[in-house]
Design a binder for this molecule. Sequence first.
Ligand code: MGD
Ligand code: MGD
Ligand code: MO
Length: 767
Amino acid sequence: MAFGTFTTPITWQEGEYTVTRTNSWSPPGDHPTGAGMLLYVKDGILEKVEGDPEQSITKGAMPIRMLSLPEYVYSPYRILHPMKRARDKRGDDSAWEQVSWDEAYDLIVENVRRCTEQYGSNSIATFVGTGREAGNWGPTMSCRVFNSPNIVYMQSGWSCYGPRMACTSYVLGAPYPELDYASQYPTSYDDPRWQRPEVILIWGKEPLKSNPDGFWGHSIVDMYAMGTKFIVVDPRLTWEAARAEIWLQVRPGTDAALGMAFCNVIISEDLYDHDFVEKWCFGFDQFAERVQTMSPAEAAEICEVPEEKIIEAARMYAKAKPAALQWGLAVDQKPNGIQMGFCCLAMMAITGNIDNPGGNIMGAIDIGGLGSGYTDLDPQSKINEMIGVDEYPAMVRTQQFTHPDTVLDELEKEDSIFHMGFFTSANAIANPCNLPKRWEKALDKLEFNVVMDIVMTPTAEAVCDLFLPVNTYAERDMYVATHYGACGTWIGAIKKAITVGEAKSDITIMRELGTRLRPELWERYKTDIEYIDDQKLCTLKTPDGRPLTMQDLFDHGSYHVDYEYRKYEKGLLRPDGQPGFMTPTGRIELYSTMLEAWGDEPLPYYEEPPTSPRSTPEYAEEYPMVLSTGARTWSYFHSEQRHVPLLREVEPWPLVDINPKDADRYGLHDGDWVWLENDNGRCKMKLSVQPGQKEGALASQHGWWYPERDASSPSLFDVYEVNVNNLVPYKTIGKLGWGAPFKCLMCKIYKAEPSADIDRIEEVYHG
Ligand SMILES: Nc1nc2c(c(=O)[nH]1)N[C@H]1C(S)=C(S)[C@@H](COP(=O)(O)OP(=O)(O)OC[C@H]3O[C@@H](n4cnc5c(=O)[nH]c(N)nc54)[C@H](O)[C@@H]3O)O[C@H]1N2
Ligand SMILES: Nc1nc2c(c(=O)[nH]1)N[C@H]1C(S)=C(S)[C@@H](COP(=O)(O)OP(=O)(O)OC[C@H]3O[C@@H](n4cnc5c(=O)[nH]c(N)nc54)[C@H](O)[C@@H]3O)O[C@H]1N2
Ligand SMILES: [Mo]
């Protein structure tokens, strides 16, 4: 390993400013990408931020959401004290009253004890969101503070990262394989061990905007500038697609057919790595036979892309040395996603682009406890009590989370097991839940609901009784690790620079509650740093062999993991030290014995989206447009930041993209307000006519609500007017429980009355 090489200590004086070097995580929302930042503080106030040119991965660049940090920190929308409200006043914004932290904790303790005595501790559900800092602690909060295995991530079909991680664990026996972007080296691309990928296949991902799960999206711009070529599979013309050698403008939801055809071409044209396949893959012959059932011609018809471009793309990826694959959320957000992911992994494997310089690299097994708290489930037998384990054992046992759709069923039961809810980093009804109105009603049945957040959200207003204010990363000490440590290459320090109001960090709240409820587990940690050192960093070693500490990170700024390529050759992927992979056969399973054991097919197959012009032609007559939702935007992380002036000025309204020909067909114009509607519900957005959008398909944003509008029920910031998840069906997911059709719905589109007055939005950005 190596520490970072910075020319200054972590804080220094620059004229009137105290400058603090830090890394972003959350809040404001971000995956653990850790953009390097310099915070300029004068008289205790954060006045400005700059990118940190010395941070080895981000090199001074910063997403716009980080640039607007001061506005976020000092926003008038921020809640800075704990607040409570009587249960019968839910939905009434005027009923909140300020309380002390002690009073807030007392209320929680009283309700946890009451629920535990009356119904058992499993009656407490912890609702968590995606991989922000608090998302990482959600399982710990649930298991080690409330003593409940019922950790709930609410997105139908656990449609984020889970399907990709699950098929990776089955096929590769490893965590998510990430494109090698030299993040493990203090000197980045200059390290001689690194090789630049010749080709990157960017598939259902837009890393430049999303920086997903720790991957620094801008690195693909760097590689492009150095000569790397792109192949892009996306129904929209993205920045990456516009620069691609080959752009396959695929029909949303059909990617598994394309994946099978890619593999078919690579195998039938003998472009695969025989040596690698022979030594390290299991079930190649059956796999080859299966993908032969999907000819490029058939895939071309299904996916609506030219046959010769499929062939050309497969050849280009297979012939490049090295080649890397960026597979994104479009894999997860469809019932057929596991099979698409399977094809992605197979392509990496048969071309020998696994754990090689410039290919897709794998995490080591000894990265330590950095990842989210899966191991917190103690005893492991508690997994048998998780909601959904009987109905979807593969999902629940692989993910070690409850099954989202089954939780909704359970909440709705008259004699539901659930009685208390704790929301941390999840704005349920604005974004992660499909059919949000139904979820709201179900969540409202819970006797006591607590939320920890930054601002008053639709979820907090609708169903919560106690609000705990959390602070931002400018106000806390922490670390951030790419890929939550799972494919970890780098860990950076987050350093507190300011204090604002009474807000506390997620770990502080967890410790303080833990100390009250389960002192035997928590009392010993007097500070966040003590907890982090003991629970998270201690399995990593400094160059002189000591356990790594937060102080080391403060002293050196960052820590780079010693990266070994081709770990499978060296016995570094298996606890028994044998060469090979951590699968039942010890090889990459192109015939997946795990998928078979869980009751799915052991080989990839194609299924049409649940509703589509082909699978449901009658439905398509009424709802003729394909709808893919949630492609990421520059300004917003899911439901966040609509209250931040700079960001709202850049992206003031919820947009849905349409091809000009479709707009003409429906007599619609750029800037029109429109309804998107299907049999589940509707939502109102503003039309954006885009020549780069696939004909016959729409692309809508997600996570919208209007912080400037009426907070109380039934308005709830007009969340239901604008929430595209009104259109997403329930339990329309893959065989094993993963993947809802967030990226392959059908709807109709028609003109709406203009939405709300522009003046109110001006209030947001001009104060
Ligand atoms: N700014 C910002 N960054 C974020 C987030 C955010 O909300 N805002 N969210 C974070 C989270 S939780 C996640 S999971 C990641 C996700 O980040 P990504 O994996 O990059 O996913 P998306 O941006 O949803 O979609 C990527 C691309 O898939 C395309 N697409 C849509 N449907 C299909 C399809 O059926 N097939 C194919 N091949 N492509 C399709 C879209 O047009 C889009 O260009 O981003 C993370 N980063
Ligand atoms: N239609 C559609 N819906 C989608 C998606 C899509 O592509 N299309 N994407 C889905 C995906 S992939 C995901 S992962 C989910 C994400 O869903 P969630 O992760 O639930 O995201 P949010 O709804 O933004 O809720 C997060 C809340 O946490 C707060 N917060 C931010 N940082 C912190 C922190 O550090 N601590 C605490 N305590 N709170 C914090 C924010 O203010 C916000 O209110 O959304 C899903 N929803
Ligand atoms: Mo996500």
